[in-house]
Write a new protein. Sequence first.
Length: 474
Amino acid sequence: MEMSRPLLVIAVLAHLVVMGAAKPPHIIFIVADDLGWNDVGWNNNQMFTPNLDKMASEGVILNSSYIQPVCTPSRNCFMTGYYPFHTGLQHGTIHPNHPGFMPSNFTTLPQKLKEIGYTTHMVGKWHLGFCNWKYTPTFRGFDSFMGFFSGAEDYNTHIRDNGYDFWFNQSVHHPPEGEYSANVISARAIEILDTVDPVNEQLYLYLPFQSVHAPLEVPERYESIYANISTKSRRTYCGMVSALDEAVGNITDALRDRGFMDNALIVFTTDNGGATWAGANNLPLRGGKTTLWEGGTRGAAFVYSDYLLQKTGYTNNEMIHAVDWFPTLLTLAGGNPDAGMDGVNQWPTVSSGAPSARSEFVYNIDEIAKNAAIRVGQYKLIEGSPGIFNGWTPLPPLADSALSNGPFPEHQLFDLQVDPTEHHDIASDHPDVVSKMLGRLSFHKATSVPANNPPADPASDPNNFGGNWSPGWC
Ligand SMILES: *[C@@H]1O[C@H](CO)[C@@H](O)[C@H](O)[C@H]1NC(C)=O
Ligand SMILES: *[C@@H]1O[C@H](CO)[C@@H](O)[C@H](O)[C@H]1NC(C)=O
Ligand SMILES: *[C@@H]1O[C@H](CO)[C@@H](O)[C@H](O)[C@H]1NC(C)=O
Ligand SMILES: *[C@@H]1O[C@H](CO)[C@@H](O)[C@H](O)[C@H]1NC(C)=O
Ligand SMILES: *[C@@H]1O[C@H](CO)[C@@H](O)[C@H](O)[C@H]1NC(C)=O
């Protein structure tokens, strides 16, 4: 039906009002910790993740969404839009007693969003350095922060090694004794919603859950969902995933009840592949957390929105990298990403399935581990040893028969289009492709900054700070 021009204008305006597109959207960025490829319902029907599955199936499953092999570097990407080899965070994670940090000259996504009027809150795991207050969340763009600075602490006691690590803004915080981390995080997220006006304010809510990183701990009622899994570690781990799913369900229900969903985008991603030694599984992908294999770097992810996505209910296979979220979300919010950032705006890809804005990305360049990997088109080149978990770890109770520590050739080449599970190194058949990719890798290496990998500093000792892992020692 043809519409007259005035009618068309009215229809478009009505649409904008209904869709809320006239205003920048609320952005809820949810990060799971160490969630494996094969640990979500849409990849494995053994998993009970009804809330995540519903949003994934009604939103867009991101089937080619890449992250870094470990925690700190991925969070660096989400926060800065730069590869870790440009911020000095390319080598491993920041241990609580090491004075590592995300350099303060990088403007974070929440800082940029605040500049354009957003209210910004964070609940969960930071892991981007805390030896000085200036490196911590409320100094890096967040109006409030509840959570922990480091990683791998107990889910109920919030203790790691000999120190307590749980904060509310700049004060040590004690949630009710024994309350499970996923519940603490969802309760605080919902409390935040009650402080924000869904119509006249814009919310950026960053929710990096503790779940489902080791230690393997979960209340019995979640573990019992998986009573038919005989291996204790896998059973507990799967229960942890279901607790995370319930927490996300509670938050999305609250978003909808309070009117945020009329104009909200939810991004869900893991920070790295599953730790196959701690209950997780990445099949059919090779390797896991800490490795440059797809099992370490290709992450379970989706986007969901009631109204903002043009094309939904499908699996998107376009190449997206963790650094892309910064420019994608900032542009969506009406801001301008800095020129020269490693990330690119992927909103056309994510929202309507347009071809990816990139055909290349760097998995990592780590001069200390002496390894690197790059993707160009369908090809992936790995230099050096990809890591120490190099097989296709089966689901328990089978033993990990595929663990192999190499040795590996100096360069391996995989055609991920035909071999996404990295079974066939084709480097010797395609020396031309290898040499082209080495050229691209050298190009990126030339811009790499040295890894900031300082040794442990005894000044970090929690005994100096009333038993807490605390800022104030660098
Ligand atoms: C356990 O039971 C669930 C639900 O009945 C089923 O979907 C799943 O495949 C079973 N898992 C195993 C390992 O048998
Ligand atoms: C997701 O990616 C895998 C591996 O690349 C591919 O085999 C599969 O067909 C993709 N899924 C969909 C639904 O496109
Ligand atoms: C931050 O400082 C480092 C070291 O001086 C420099 O390499 C980098 O380009 C700077 N980055 C930004 C975004 O200013
Ligand atoms: C943390 O900061 C937020 C935002 O300013 C505030 O609403 C909240 O009450 C603060 N919490 C504590 C415990 O200081
Ligand atoms: C979700 O909400 C229900 C109902 O309030 C509550 O019992 C449950 O503990 C919550 N779960 C999580 C993980 O937050």
